[in-house]
Design a protein around this ligand. Sequence first.
Ligand code: NDP
Ligand code: MG
Length: 370
Amino acid sequence: MKTLAIIGSTGSIGKSALEVYENNKNNFKLLALAANTNFSKLSKQYLKFRPQNIFLTSNKKIKNYKKNKNLITKEFFIKKNNKKIDYVISGVSGYEAIKINFDLIKISKKLLIANKETLVCGGKIFLDLAKKNKCEIIPIDSEHHCIDFFLKYISSKKDIKKIYLTASGGPFYNKKINYSEKLSEVINHPTWKMGKKISVDSSTFANKVLELFEAKILFGIPNHKLGIKVETKSNTHAIIRLYNNLIMPIMHIPSMKIPIANSLGVSNNLILNLNNFKSEYFDVDTKKFPLVKLGFYILKNCSSAGFIIFTVLNERLVQKFLKNEVKYGEIVDKLVKLFKHSDLLKKSKKNIKNIKDIYDTINYAKKIKL
Ligand code: NDP
Ligand code: MG
């Protein structure tokens, strides 16, 4: 029996992870579930799934804290858990998750990571530290899961001519975008049910830009071999084109249960009908979705500091949109304009050598006037 912890259990990834756990209970001992602040949902999960511990990553104080002996602090879990956990699923959202994931490396044998912000901002430093701590990083973002799976089966990356990440196109792919678009329309994703932040990112294509950076960091593929295509049904997650002209779309239904179950090495209990897998591929209209052009510009001209600055600025703008402090159209407009400033571009080319450089760059991007 393998030990398992799910961090961010109250979110959309957490829900899929718990469904996979429920279908494969006999394979796992559930050590912990964790949320940020949503104690009410976490308590319900505690009663249903009976993990050994629950904790809040925010360490928010809860009434009756002492009465609930299973509610531990994050520090207790990270520091006192002296035996490494077989599988930790990290479904925490946003760049604030970076610190948590750096901690999780030290206590996990395998870290299944959905949080793209950590991979994009932590970059090679995060991956190297994981290696040093003998922690295997397993990407479960569906595109990267598919690419990772494929790469394990080919003899040489040299055979690859191009890797395309596929995008659903989001809610506005076939619709006009209004500058003052309502939140309900923005997060009304046609194929995926996800948290608010990633749903907004999907509508602007910021999600695909983050995934482009994520792929660069995880697989070390040269820039000119990375591309993006649109496939509106979200059945295809990546397309691999080889020099011998074999083209391999990698497909699964849009359910995060597949990457999670595959990475845990257990059944996903899904029954698929091959006749539903009809897919058409399109190029992205970069006039309508200018962040894609910006993403490729950053990929080619900046260092991983540029990835960090894009991640933080985008998240700050999305949070402002969620709080009704900026209009929807301003997210993209402001990002494109900010990346024209010479000081920001200079900082985006800086070499990131250690964890301090990562946090310095995050702090720089946090202070930029939006
Ligand atoms: P949700 O918003 O649905 O859930 C986020 C989870 O993280 C919640 O459990 C939340 O706890 C916790 N959390 C939020 N903020 C913090 C914080 N500052 N510190 C610690 N914990 C925090 O997000 P998703 O599940 O949709 O996404 C999670 C991550 O996975 C994101 O990085 C996203 O990009 C990535 N991802 C998601 C996919 C999806 O299908 N949803 C697909 C691919 C990648 P609480 O409830 O207490 O707020
Ligand atoms: Mg994805």
